[in-house]
Write a protein that binds this ligand. Structure first.
Ligand code: CAP
Ligand code: MG
Length: 420
């Protein structure tokens, strides 16, 4: 078996193949470097092996079938037999494993993954998906308005619950814990759930609208499950996991528990892998795997807010959560029974950005405001109203801005007018 046999530019991927798109920088030149990547991520190592026979090679050897020297991009098709079905950690060990440590490669980035139906069908995907979340909330034609309780950590359970109530009855649909708020000495998880649920029921009665609280259950797996079951027992509908911190395999375990809870995916830490355009992996790949594992709603970026991420990138991720676009942006696979994931725009958003955000990303998303609500010059209640008003104005361009009706929005506009 010559190493050359990993390259076959005439290869037409098999319907079960998994296709990885890598960007590679190496002194070896693109083709040779791609061969090293293909070999090390599957059946090869640094030398010929007397233990690897031609039959096994023919069955398992990936095929490099596209090389673009200008963009430093290659597409490699891996026979499905290289992977264990239903096992994301194993896929990551192969496709994002040793290859990132090789001296021969200077920079390497997994740009995209095109998964085959056979592989996709070995997962459950989201329990609710977009339609399920919208049905539960009874919100169909507008973005869902969310608020992160701020400060991230610091409020006591009762204060947290009261703040949630205040914003719920002033236009917010979903209130959530922040990524680093779990079970703190001053805000115990279970107490928070109990306090919040009391006021959630009150807010629902008063507004006659469905309200959701997203409880952050991030912890070791046994604790996460215990917390999720507690949320369910107390009548909660949604839990959050920091999916990079806990790992997608644990998301899968949570999903497999079939608790009937919405799983909200916070991506804190993803930029350790995704931010460097020359090395790591793309957020697109994380998003696809998160959907497979069972995330119902996922943070994907805002373009206009405080976090890194271009319009092209975020639009592509959001699209791929609904339909999967494989290599060359062609719709390759139908994700069949796997439901789509609802994108969440969050990070540095305030009323003055809502319209820009919706113009870029559309309506089918959750918009989360933290500082944009709790940093309003007249407090959180005014902040909640201002954010709701900004959404109304963004989706109905015919509305005239009445000074009294849109007071909180106008105050926010004035306060943040110089914000870049
Ligand atoms: C937003 C947020 C979210 C980020 C995460 C924060 O608060 O609560 O965690 O949006 O980023 O802690 O920064 P603000 P991403 O509204 O006050 O900025 O959604 O990009 O993963
Ligand atoms: Mg946060």
């Amino acid at each position: 078996m010559e190493k050359k046999s990993f390259v076959n530019l005439h290869y037409k991927p098999n319907k079960n193949d998994i296709i990885a798109t890598y960007r590679i920088e190496s002194k070896l030149g693109l083709e040779k470097a791609a061969i090293e990547v293909a070999a090390e991520s599957s059946i090869g190592t640094w030398t010929k092996l007397s233990t690897l026979n031609q039959k096994t090679f023919n069955k398992l050897a990936p095929q490099i079938f596209y090389i673009n020297k200008k963009k430093k991009i290659v597409d490699i098709a891996y026979p499905i037999e290289n992977f264990e079905l239903g096992n994301i950690p194993q896929l990551l060990s192969a496709l994002t494993g040793n290859i990132f440590s090789m001296k021969a490669i200077d920079n390497l980035r997994l740009e995209n993954l095109s998964l085959s139906t056979k592989y996709i069908n070995s997962f459950q995907g989201p329990y609710y998906g977009i339609n399920g979340v919208r049905k539960l909330m009874n919100i169909y034609k507008r973005p869902i308005i969310g608020s992160i309780i701020k400060p991230k950590v610091g409020l006591r359970s009762k204060q947290h619950a009261k703040l949630a109530y205040d914003v719920w009855i002033n236009g917010v649909d979903v209130v959530k814990d922040d990524e680093n708020l779990t079970d703190m000495s001053f805000n115990k998880f279970k107490t928070r759930v109990l306090e919040v649920m009391k006021l959630k029921n009150k807010a629902e009665k008063e507004t006659r609208k469905k309200k959701i609280h997203v409880f952050n259950i991030t912890a070791p797996m046994d604790t996460m499950l215990e917390r999720a079951k507690f949320v369910k027992k107390m009548g909660g509908k949604c839990v959050m996991v920091d999916l990079v911190s806990v790992g997608l395999d644990n998301v899968q375990v949570l999903r497999q528990a079939n608790l009937g809870l919405i799983i909200h995916g916070h991506r804190a830490g993803h930029s350790m892998f995704t931010r460097n355009p020359r090395h790591g992996m793309s957020m697109l790949v994380i998003a696809k795997l998160a959907r497979l594992a069972g995330i119902d709603q996922l943070h994907t970026g805002t373009v206009v807010g405080k976090m890194d991420g271009s319009a092209e990138e975020v639009i592509e991720i959001n699209k791929s959560l609904k339909e999967d676009f494989g290599i060359n942006k062609v719709l390759r696979e139908n994700w069949g029974k796997i439901k789509p994931t609802l994108p969440i725009a969050s990070g540095g958003l305030y009323p003055g950005l809502t319209k820009k955000l919706i113009d870029i990303l559309g309506n089918d998303l959750i918009i989360n405001y933290g500082g944009g609500i709790h940093g309003h010059p007249n407090g959180s209640i005014a902040g909640a109203r201002a954010c709701y008003q900004s959404m109304e104005l963004a989706i109905d361009k015919k509305i005239k801005i009445d000074k009294n009706k849109f007071k909180e929005y106008l105050d926010a506009q004035k306060y943040w007018k110089n914000k870049k």
